[in-house]
Design a protein around this ligand. Structure first.
Ligand code: MG
Length: 353
């Protein structure tokens, strides 16, 4: 008999190895929101990193989590589906907070069942793609150093959207034969995307992520004329966005924080498959808490970007480790996460109130 789910949350800072730059800004320390849910002597963990582009702060996520404290107090992970549904219904405009709560609920439910999460879903976690390593925008010399420092990774995702995009890829190609994928983060026009696609294909690039800003009607033309497959990221934030990607993109890159966690991500994967879209899941510089949840989905994917924790100078948790693109799972239930500083106090609140 359950006595409800106890909520605690905390703010952590994740120092990055390198200042990370994409087409719209830079970050040196990533702030992150960690949720801990307890039921029947077990604890589950979830995470969402803050993101000014999406208006997501610690205060906002903490306030959202507090709104569902009473719901959780009267709920159980014995009926995970129902509890996830009630949390989602209470926080329709809070995908980041929902993501942290959804991960923690899944982790907790699988732990209470005594299973790893992927196995609890019936997935074989030895299957699935290896992860790329992301190289953020910098001077060409620094991007070359980042590539050299990650020389054991099997695939590289190169952030573009600069005045020297082809030059960057040509220079990096001189130092490795491994596949590249590129992410323009909305930084190109349709003409640029189409014109760049052929030389990028010749340089061993597999696909282009989000060439144009979301909603740009020229995406259908890029889809028809690009020499490379195009993947949606900013254009495919939530469940309702998947259908609109058919005929405009060849695949989608799902971010757990943007769609609200593992349950919506699994529904998006299923819908994308129905529409014939390829599927990737990407990360947002999460710690091992978020990456360990993401890693459970890998058997369902064509591509994965789960280098988040590998970009950190210091982590806050142990769990799934991604080394040279491959995930190693700890011999633990749920997502396998344990906070390095020990469990949060049951009265811990990320906003300090
Ligand atoms: Mg992207």
């Amino acid at each position: 008999m359950s006595t409800g789910i106890a909520l605690a949350h905390a703010r952590f800072e994740l120092p990055l190895r390198h200042v990370f730059t994409i087409a719209r800004g830079s970050v040196a320390v990533q702030e992150t929101f960690i949720v801990q849910l307890g039921e029947g002597g077990e604890r589950g963990y979830g995470e969402a990193t803050t993101n000014p582009f999406y208006g997501q702060s610690i205060a906002r996520m903490a306030a959202a989590a507090e709104r569902v404290r009473p719901i959780l107090a009267g709920a159980t992970t014995d009926d995970l589906e129902a509890t996830l549904g009630r949390v989602a219904a209470a926080l329709p405009d809070e995908p980041f907070a929902r993501c942290a709560l959804d991960m923690a609920l899944h982790d907790l439910a699988a732990r209470r069942a005594g299973r790893g999460l992927a196995a609890w879903w019936g997935l074989d976690r030895s299957r699935g793609p290896v992860s790329n390593f992301t190289i953020g925008i910098d001077t060409i010399a620094v991007m070359r150093e980042k590539l050299a420092a990650a020389s054991d990774w099997p695939i590289y995702k190169i952030k573009l959207g600069t005045a020297d995009d082809l030059e960057i890829v040509r220079e990096l190609r001189r130092h490795t034969d491994r596949p590249f994928r590129v992410d323009a983060n909305c930084g190109w026009s349709a003409e640029q995307a189409i014109a760049l696609s052929r030389p990028l294909a010749d340089l061993g690039v597999e696909f282009i992520e989000q060439p144009l800003p979301p909603g740009d009607p020229a995406m259908a033309e890029v889809f028809r004329r690009s020499a490379l497959p195009v993947f949606a990221d900013e254009s495919c934030a939530a469940e309702g966005d998947v259908d609109g990607c058919a005929g405009r993109f060849h695949g989608i890159n799902i971010k757990l924080v943007k769609c609200g966690g593992l349950a919506p991500a699994r529904r998006m994967i299923a819908r994308a498959r129905d529409l014939g879209l390829a599927v990737m899941v990407g990360c947002m510089t999460e710690s091992t808490v978020g990456i360990s949840a993401l890693a459970q989905l890998v058997p369902l994917l064509d591509h994965v970007d789960m280098d988040g924790a590998a970009l950190l100078a210091a982590d806050i948790a142990s769990g799934v480790r991604v080394v040279a693109g491959r995930a190693t799972f700890p011999d633990r239930t749920g997502t396998g996460v344990e906070l390095l500083g020990g469990a949060l106090s049951t009265t811990s609140r990320a906003d300090g109130t």
